[in-house]
Every structure is written in C-alpha cells, then in structure tokens.
Design a protein around this ligand. Structure first.
Ligand code: KIV
Length: 267
C-alpha cells in the first residue's frame, strides 16, 4: 500500500482487474486522512463550490480557487494521485487557454493530472492538453457544469439517442488521449457497456457497480453535507451528528466553567 500511485499505476489497475478508489478532497487535513487510509486518487473537485463555498452549483468556482485548494491537498498527500478539476470556462474558450490553465494545476499547484467535463465537443481540447504532456481524466454523462442545459441534475442516457451520444463522448475521451474517465449519473448497464469498450479505466459516480472504480464527494459520504443527497450517495458516517455533539459539549462546559480545567491550563 505504500507505492506512490501514478498515472501508469491507474492504467495497470484496470488491466489487473483491481478496483480504483477515488474521493474528493479540498484541503490539507482531509487529504492527509484520506491518503493515509489508502485511497488511490484524490480529486480536487469543483464540487467544492457546493460543499465548501455553499453555492447552488459548481459554475461560480474560479480557476484561482481551484489552484488554491489543489495546493493544500498536494501538501497533505504522500501516496495518492492528485487530480485537479478544471472549472467552468477555464477550458471551453480556446484550446490554447485550456492548455495554459491545465498546466497551472501541475506547475503552480503540484497536481499530477487534470479532469474536465465533456466528450466529443472537447476532443480537440483534450488532445491539445494531453499532447502538452498533461495527463487528463474525462467526465461524461451527468456533467454538473451543464446543469442549466440539462434542466437540473437528471440521470442521463435513459433514451437510445442520448445513450449513443454518451458512448461516443466516452470513446472521444479515450481517442483524444485521456487516461481515465468519470461516468456520472447514467444507468448501470450503459456504464458497463462503456467500461467494456474502453481500455482506459472508468470511475463511476451514480453509474452502478461495473465501472473500474468509484468516486464519491467526501462531504456526502461522511454525512457533512445534507443540503441535498443524491440516491447514489452512501453515508459511511454521520460526522454532522458527531460534530454537533462535540460543539454542544464545548458550549456547555464553557458556560458551566468546566473548560478549561487543570489539565488544559498552564501553571
Ligand atoms: O467535482 C467533483 O467532485 C466531481 C466528482 C463528483 C466526479 O466532478
């Protein structure tokens, strides 16, 4: 478990049939805990717009904010691969700007790869970024930066036409040089078909059990964020309840003059 996870190591995991684990992280302390627990990929997701910044969606997140959080995560990890998420409008305007912005994640923040949303429409951009030597993870299906086009966070790929589009998007990411791809919010059979057709690993979120790996937003799986909870989220802990209990105890002890006691004071 001590070997550093690299991009080729992720490729080999699919070849060996080993499941890949990925969780989001946005700061140093969380990155240290997740890394020490043995997660393979730390994704600095633009989901931080919702769970850290309290925005209604990911669209307001800026590149500078992503770089700031990625730097903190990089400082906290020793083993996991760190992937920085390219925020809205940091890669759509031109290929040249996309390469420069992707490069900032590696050059300024110390990440080892970037992720961006889109398939066929982003083929040339993905090719330009990977040609520049920047490992890239794709993201297709329910791509949150397209929330307004979709009219909400709706499962994608339910009809035949849209299924075909999503398969073509996934193939485009692989052909353009992506090393892995997130499949979000699509039926399990569609994710399985894509996983079987691609040689690069698929990382699912709301895409069933047959992907090569799974990703969750850390605040969701630890029960820290409950503004909305998608069906695919499994709560592995209820940290909100634990935190609330701890804070209530602190308030009570200060009010009752039980804290600080001898043990926590200096003579
Ligand atoms: O922003 C994010 O956290 C993501 C994952 C949910 C895949 O894109």
């Amino acid at each position: 478990m001590t070997d550093k996870i690299t991009v080729p190591a992720i490729t080999k995991m699919k070849q060996r049939g080993e499941k890949i684990t990925c969780l989001t992280a946005y700061d140093y302390s969380f990155a240290r805990i997740l890394d020490a627990a043995g997660v393979d990929i730390l994704l600095v997701g633009d989901s931080l717009g919702c769970v850290v910044q309290g925005q209604g969606n990911t669209l307001p997140v800026t590149l500078d904010e992503m770089i700031y959080h990625t730097k903190a995560v990089v400082r906290g990890r020793t083993r996991a691969l760190v992937v920085g998420d390219m925020p809205f409008l940091s890669f759509q305007v031109s290929k040249e700007q996309a390469v420069r912005n992707a490069g900032r994640f590696l050059q300024d923040a110390g990440a080892e790869a970037v992720k961006l949303e889109g398939g066929v429409a982003m083929r040339k951009t993905i090719a330009a970024i990977t040609r520049a030597g920047i490992p890239l993870m794709g993201h297709v299906g329910l791509t949150p930066q397209s929330v307004h086009r979709f009219g909400g966070y709706k499962i994608q790929g339910k009809d035949k036409e849209r299924r075909k589009t999503i398969v073509n998007d996934a193939l485009a990411v692989e052909e353009a040089g992506g090393f892995a791809i997130v499949l979000e919010g699509i039926p399990a059979e569609l994710a399985q078909e894509i996983t079987e057709r691609l040689t690069i690993p698929t990382i699912g979120i709301g895409a069933g059990a047959n992907c090569d790996g799974q990703v969750l937003v850390i605040h969701d799986m630890l029960g820290l964020f409950d503004d909305f909870t998608p069906k695919f989220v499994k709560r592995y802990a209820d940290l909100k309840a634990i935190m609330t209990g701890a804070v209530e105890s602190f308030i009570k002890e200060v009010r009752e003059q039980k804290f600080p006691d001898e043990e926590h004071s200096f003579r």
